[in-house]
Design a binder for this molecule. Structure first.
Ligand SMILES: *Cc1c(COP(=O)(O)O)cnc(C)c1O
Length: 348
């Protein structure tokens, strides 16, 4: 039976390991979302998962990717793929009787937790850096969650969220380490299982998406077998790419620069080691792209296909185009690009 292990975050440590079994996939018949996960029978759901998979040939033709398809994760209840993981986390939190939820994120994870917490009737506090502003913070407050601004370092924001959970007996729902969050991500791979692509290209920050998807492919018969998993990071914050290029098994500190792809700005991903293992096992590549590249692809996709994604999501588009230019992707192989977040998430 596959196991999923927590990554040593202080408040999730007691969640320990999860034993779980992958669903049986029979033709195109998918089991209900997360019905296979060890979460009990009373899911907290807003209708997440089962997102569309559409060809993006008008975009792809220009880059030798005419067979590319996109998994439209931005068509999720709160506008990002994070809802898959949040549904699992909040279901678990409610099942164990959590009285409150806390998280440190000014972005999509916070907006997602705020909505699912409201749905479950559990108060949510989202700790954000003092500088946080804009659409995502508005999205968090709109569903009644409390936004607490923390001056100082990003690390301090995380510590405040963990301390709140510890002091109040609440549940720290930090998405970068919580194993239920990662398990929720596996659902994406099961949706691709009836027709698995040769390549899957994903943006990577903390790697919950990347590792969760890998977990599912591994459970379905091995990572080496069918689909190569590629990781794309912003050039300004690319610790996985740096370790991958040096052939090192662990993620080391990096020199970091500003990037518009804020959803993938994780300097020391707790799952770094696992991400590198998955790259090696699945034969995937880790590559970095510049802000200029991802913005150009964001616009090209929007104009060619009518699909407007947020800058972090456009990492995967720019990454796929680069992998094609390097000959890692070839035109008659199938590729799925995961579009993680909606364009309306950022003020223009
Ligand atoms: C969080 C996020 C990512 C990065 O996902 P990880 O699971 O942290 O690697 C990518 N795109 C968007 C839009 C996000 O919100």
């Amino acid at each position: 039976m596959p196991r999923l292990v927590a990554t040593g975050c202080p408040s999730c440590g007691d969640i320990g390991e999860i034993d779980w079994s992958p669903p049986t996939i029979d033709g195109d018949d998918l089991p209900p979302f997360l019905a296979w996960a060890p979460l009990g029978t009373d899911p907290v759901t807003l209708g997440e998962g089962r997102t569309p998979l559409v060809p993006v040939a008008r975009w792809g033709d220009r880059f030798g990717l005419s067979h590319a398809r996109a998994k439209l994760e931005y068509i999720s209840p709160t506008g990002s793929f994070k809802d898959r993981g949040t549904a699992a986390v909040v279901t678990h939190a409610r099942a164990i009787g959590a009285g409150s939820l806390s998280e440190d994120s000014s972005g999509n994870a916070g907006a997602s937790l705020a909505a699912y917490g409201a749905r479950a009737g559990i108060p949510v506090r989202v700790y954000v850096p003092e500088s946080a502003s804009g659409v995502k913070v508005a999205q968090i407050s709109a569903v009644g969650a409390e936004v607490i601004r923390v001056p100082g370092s990003r690390r301090g924001v995380t510590e405040a969220a963990i301390a709140h959970a510890r002091d109040t007996g609440g549940y720290y729902a930090g998405h970068n380490a919580n194993p239920y969050f990662t398990l929720g991500m596996a659902s994406l791979a099961f949706e691709l299982a009836p027709d698995p692509p040769d390549h899957l290209v994903m943006p990577v920050g903390g790697g919950s998406l990347f590792v969760g998807v890998a977990l599912a492919f591994a459970a379905m018969g091995g990572l080496r077998r069918v689909t190569r998993l590629h990781a794309v990071q912003p050039a300004g914050c690319a610790p996985i790419v740096a370790a991958y290029e040096r052939g090192e098994p662990v993620v080391a500190p990096i020199d970091r620069h500003a990037t518009i792809a804020s959803g993938a700005e994780i300097e020391t991903p707790p799952r770094g080691r696992q991400i590198l293992d998955v790259l090696a096992l699945s034969g995937g590549r880790a590559i970095a792209v510049t802000d200029a590249e991802l913005l150009a692809h964001r616009e090209a996709l929007a104009h060619a296909e009518g699909i407007d994604v947020e800058p972090t999501a456009a990492l995967a588009l720019a990454g796929a185009a680069r992998l094609r230019a390097r000959g890692v992707l070839v035109d008659d192989e199938s590729v799925v690009i995961v579009l993680t977040g909606a364009g309306y998430k950022v003020a223009s």
